[in-house]
Design a protein around this ligand. Sequence first.
Ligand code: GUN
Ligand code: ZN
Length: 461
Amino acid sequence: MNRDALSSETRRLRKPRSSQVRPESGYGKVDKVKQKTLILGQTLGFRADPFDAEIGEAAVFERRGGVLVENGRIAATGPADRLLHDHPKVAVDDMGDALVTAGFIDAHTHYPQTAIIASWGKRLFDWLAAYTFPEEARFRDSAHAGRIAERYFDLTLANGTTTVCSYCTVHPESVNAFFSAARKRGVRAIGGKTCMDRNAPDALLDTAQSAYSDSLALLEKWHGKGRLGYAITPRFSPTSTPQQLEALGALWAEHPDCLMQTHLAEQTDEIAWVGELFPEARDYLDTYETHGLLGRGAVYGHAIHLAPRERDRLREAEAGLVHCPTSNTFIGSGIFDMAGLVSSGQRVGLATDTGGGSSFSMLRTMAAAYEIGQLNGSAPHPAQLYWLATVGSARILGIDGFVGNLTPGIEADLIALDLASTPAIAQRAARAETIWEALFPTIMMGDDRAITKVWIAGHPL
Ligand code: GUN
Ligand code: ZN
């Protein structure tokens, strides 16, 4: 795909260099927008987890609300009338009936798989071999990595995703390309070098030693710089020797403020293979646990086919699980047990898993999570879906104090959603009597056309 093939929406959101945010030092610091702005519209945030509390208690909805933005952060929220009264001279950005919320947070994605999204007919191992590994091998070329990273952030921002946590490839160049593209746009982003020292093509292999030293160098270069964070990233146990897992466990112990991301229990033949590769292990999770790769700040993609011991240990460790519903159906992995896991106290976020996942859109991802919930006997409420795509993902990434909600003090990464973005959605929303009835058609049928405006640290794109 060349740049001309990008949607007009994407081009509209691409901004000139001069208007881009230049973050200051410190993870969590944002650049300053000097002027105060009051964004008006319908507003939606959360004061509690809607899986724990009543929806009416958990969600904070204003039919005519406002978000006051100052110095790149949310300064106040509430009814529009009150904010206009309290701040009579403020610049107003009136979004009318659009729904203003936090931007989406995609907690597990592979930006290098952008160009092979929607590749036909394979399951995990042959999908990796046929499509993914050949494409990832191209990231040895930093020009290619740079092009795809730019394209990836254009696509995610067009879809209202303001923070991603991405795998890069085995090549350090791919990590530099990812963070450079994120920094250029001022977005909060987390990423890490994928580590693999077996069961992959030679061109994609590192070693236990080089995985440690390359990850360390990249972490020192990028972690905590502006809004960027590093995630130590063993791809999954089948592609790492015990020595590599051990080395990365040691690196995480030395840098516990970084995340650790990997894959867990996605497909049943993957679990069987892990059993053969690690005959001593009690289960799949144990291959991580025994090497120091389980704890708070560990983020496991998929976690579909979990044994009772794995569930217990994940909960005790307060690890994060990432539900990737479009991926789970697209590559035929299985049914994630959202209701069972959240009701037993697991911490869950939501993600596209691009390009095993078949969409860049977190709206489409919420729709898929709804459909999988239905197949599993429990339909998630729109408030729960929206919470997962914002606060839930932020929480498992340890950034819920920075982004993912409309809480005063946090960074103003915001989106405005048109709840009538297509004729089909508009005619259904016209009958809505509550915000949830008005929002659900956009969750189920919406895409990047619903995203009418995106603000990064208070800057409109
Ligand atoms: N397991 C190991 N690598 C991958 C990957 O790139 N995508 C998915 N969906 N699962 C994986
Ligand atoms: Zn993945």
